[in-house]
Design a protein around this ligand. Structure first.
Ligand code: ADP
Length: 307
């Protein structure tokens, strides 16, 4: 049996003259947790809506749970739980009523599912509370309970961490890990902040201006984030020329009149210092440093000066 739950091929979504998604091809494996990372407006919600069947792509197609035909995929949508652009709650209904209604809407005949998912998200003590009286964190948890009540194999959560305080983020993270493990559920979760998903996701997919720019496993990301080369010298413009000429695929960021960060491994250091010395540049610092997650994100999305 295939270990792939979902695959997209060349998904494109065009609004008038603008591409919200541009040729998106991704493969998601069963039981992984995918962190879907991109700045606001990058195209995250658009892809999630297409995967959830809420909107249609301009072109491209997908295979979900082995099905490629759109009507067959539609049949499998019972196995998808979603929370896209915030939980849709009935404010005057209680926690339990909201989940129960969703269970009926999705057509899950298992009555015990309602209380089970409420328990799962830690809202058992607030079952009778009206949705409008819940805190932001509780609303998010209720939204996830509603996404879970159909016992999904695939959970799509759009920015669920948005607006949560640090304590709620920890709760949400452990809850999603439990859902992933106990329910064999693949999770596709988005954020515009990489570090929010770093401790949760097993894999990361980066989107920028509608294009997938990188897909990495947690281990690969850890390795990529481990180092960059820090240069301090008396001729940054010439250093930039050297970087452009000899290391065209390496991203860099000019930090000041005399410093530049080069997002590459230390194995290019000798060659790089050789070029700088040849050009008569006086190097006052050339060292390997750690890259933070957000710096890494900036480095691949072209926050540097060379993109
Ligand atoms: P994200 O979820 O990453 O913040 P979105 O997927 O919401 O990004 O949006 C991607 C791009 O598509 C944005 O530039 C947005 O303005 C545009 N967009 C999204 N939905 C529509 C729409 N219904 N009509 C026109 N443009 C849209």
């Amino acid at each position: 049996m295939s270990d792939v739950i979902l695959e997209t091929r060349g998904l494109t979504k065009k609004y008038k003259n603008q591409y919200a998604l541009d040729n998106v091809s991704i493969t998601l494996k069963k039981n992984h947790i995918y962190g879907f990372i991109g700045e606001n407006g990058a195209g995250k919600s658009t892809l999630m809506k297409i995967l959830a069947g809420l909107i249609f792509p301009t072109s491209g197609d997908m295979t979900f749970m082995g099905e490629t035909d759109p009507s067959a995929i539609e049949q499998k949508r019972k196995s998808v739980g979603t929370m896209i652009e915030g939980p849709y709650l009935y404010p005057g209904y209680s926690v339990r009523q909201n989940v129960e209604l969703q269970r009926l809407l999705i057509g899950n005949p298992d009555e015990s599912a309602t209380d089970r998912v409420i328990e799962l998200v830690g809202l058992s003590d607030s079952k009778k509370k009206k949705a409008k009286k819940l805190s932001m964190g509780m609303k998010q948890r209720l939204g996830i309970a509603m996404a879970m009540v159909g016992n999904p194999r695939f959970l799509i959560l759009d920015e669920p961490i948005n607006g949560l305080d640090p304590k709620n983020i920890v709760t949400l993270r452990s809850m999603l890990k439990k859902i992933n493990q106990d329910n064999d559920c693949t999770i596709f979760v988005s954020s515009h902040i990489l570090s929010e998903l770093y401790l949760l996701a097993t894999d990361f997919i980066f989107i920028h201006k509608g294009k997938i720019i990188e897909t990495v496993t947690h281990e690969q990301l850890e390795e990529k984030c481990s180092q960059y080369i820090f240069i301090r010298n008396n001729n940054i413009p010439e250093t930039v020329t050297i970087l452009e000429k000899h290391f065209p695929y390496v991203n860099y960021k000019v930090e000041s009149d005399e410093t530049v960060k080069v997002y590459a491994k230390s194995d290019i250091m000798t060659e790089l210092s050789g070029y700088m010395m040849q050009a008569g540049i006086t190097i006052s610092e050339l060292s390997e440093k750690e890259l933070t997650l957000e710096e890494y994100f900036i480095s691949i999305t072209g926050g540097g000066n060379n993109v």
